[in-house]
Write a protein of this length. Sequence first.
Lengths: 123, 613
Amino acid sequence: MGEGPVISIIDDDPSVRKATDGLVRSLGYRAETFASAEDFLQSGHIDDTSCLITDVQMPGLSGVELQTMLNARGTRVPIIFITAFPEDRIRRCVLEAGAIGFLSKPFEESLLIEHLEAALAVR
Amino acid sequence: MRLLWRLCLVLLVGASGGVSASAQPSQQSVLVIDQSSAGLPFNTALASAIRSTLNAASKRPISFYSENLDANRFFGSRYEDDYARFLLAKYRDRHIDVVVAVGVSALDFVLRHRAEIWPSVPVIFAAIDEATASRLTLPDNVTGLTMQLTLQDMVRVAQIAVPDLKKIALVGDPLDRQTFYRHFRDEIPLIAAQFEIIDLQNMRMADLKERLGRLPDDAAVIYTGIYYDSEGVSYVPAELVSTITAWANRPVIVNVSSYLNKGAVGGYIVLADPIGQRTAQVAVRILNGESVASIPVSRVPSALIFEWPALRRWSISADSLPSGSEIRFRQIGIWEQYRAYILAALGAIVLQAALIGWLLLERRRRRAAEVLARNSMSELAQMNRVATAGELSASIAHEVNQPLTAIMAQAGAALVFLGREKPDVPEVHAALREIKACTARAAEIIASVRALFKKETTERHATDLNHLILAVVGLTRIEAHKRDVQLDIRLTDDLPLVGCDPVQVQQVVLNLMMNAIEAMQSAPDRVLCVASGLTKPGVVHVSVADTGTGVAAADIDRVFKPMFTTKSRGMGMGLSICRSIIENHSGRIWISAAHPRGAIFHFELPTGLEARA
């Protein structure tokens, strides 16, 4: 399974991270997981990431800040946000900044698959 | 021996010669001749008053002699003559300076026989009623004192005792035979004109008893004196008063001091003492050389004396008595005698009872206030927990959402793995295991939230404070993150378990952490450090330090007081609740300054599992 798109997953919660990873892998994608945005930025996977699934609230850099940074760098990676605090203000903000989706925890796996496929199609 | 006899004789002769040669003898003699028999109380009292007054008033020693004519029981001219001869013989060698005649019979006797026995000796009479005295023609060298003793006075008293008085029962020896009361016979016609007189004089005692017991209601008894009854039995008149008052069904009126205190009503009472004293005073004047002619006959009035027991027995009001009446022999009840003491004691008891009552009331009020305070404290604690729950609801939702999210994703993955043509059993297996772990985590979160916010809790058990702190940290993590607060958790491993109510202590930790987060709102660097440790064996120490604005030195003592707050919202009860919880666990809570900035809240709890309930 070395080929195919890489899906990067950032979540500070290990169980969520692990579960998202399992779900992505079950769909046949390669997944990389990170406990924080900082870890992701330093991983060298930015450019080979076909889709980024990230939590919004995290210690250190938040998901929103990560999107701002990536956009500033010109890295146009599709981002799916998953959050336990679905605030309309943030939803509007990230969608305007180009995010593919803004999912509330817990999410239907079909919803994630839909967004994931949409993201990969964009790519 | 002979010489001695001679000497004695010389001395005796010389001594007697000295006396006769003296113009004024160094000692004087007074003879009292009483008309009554010896030993009668009134006369004895009178004689002793004369003697004691004489002794007190005279400059020279007085020889006091007394004779009793016994005229109530012995009479007749032959008896008198014999008695006079007896006295003449008896006092042949005795010089008498003054003769006192007590009673009219005695005066009669003395006047009749003084020429033969005591010629030219002054005579003073005493205890002769005014009416009798006024009829006497007194020879020279005789003066005296009259007494107030009338039947009318007694009738007056009887009218007080029996307001509708119609009959008077007269009890005593026949008046003719009496000496003291003989003159009453002169008043009888006047009294008989107004009242029916029931003559109970000179009767057999048994008959007297019977008659006295059935007197009509409008009658009163006037008792003079019984010296002997119709059967010749001799009595002391004063001693019979008790008997007569006991027999009589009506009030008994008497008029001599010796008759008092024997159940009679009383009335105008002839008193022995003043008569004796006045008589002696006259005697002293005569002994001192005053002429008898210069001392006129004077009057010794009776005293109005009533007897309290009889007044009560006959329901005689004290108001109906003449003014100046004296009421004697009050049978003072315990109440009357000790009224002041009883009132004081009662007062003290009442005061004491009131005081005790007041103290009990105060105690009850204090108890009630304490219960109220405890209830309101526990209510406040609950409100505080609910408020904190509100503040933390997002964090709690997040905490529960995390495992739910994981479960959902794992379930989705498992379904996909299962749905493959060749189901990836190990992946499904791993996913299910993860689901199980996440479910357990969610359940744990819910349990801890419920434990934190449940209303009633008093149970104490051995609690791992580190575990407890971590649970709270879990709940506040998101809040801290939202506010950009860095958590620095420094727990000392292997702390002993603490006997406490975990929900309450969790609330303390939660309050302190939420306070710390809030205190750092405007601080540049926001670090919340929660540490645990062992102060000394048996005491666990927990500190919550922030890098916020700190607490002003002036407020350090006040922060744990109710209603202290520097926040714009909130009641300021959080820290006060913390203190009450910690102190209720026999622990202590305090605050210190952190460096370079911020505040450190500390609390200590004894591990002892025997902590108070």
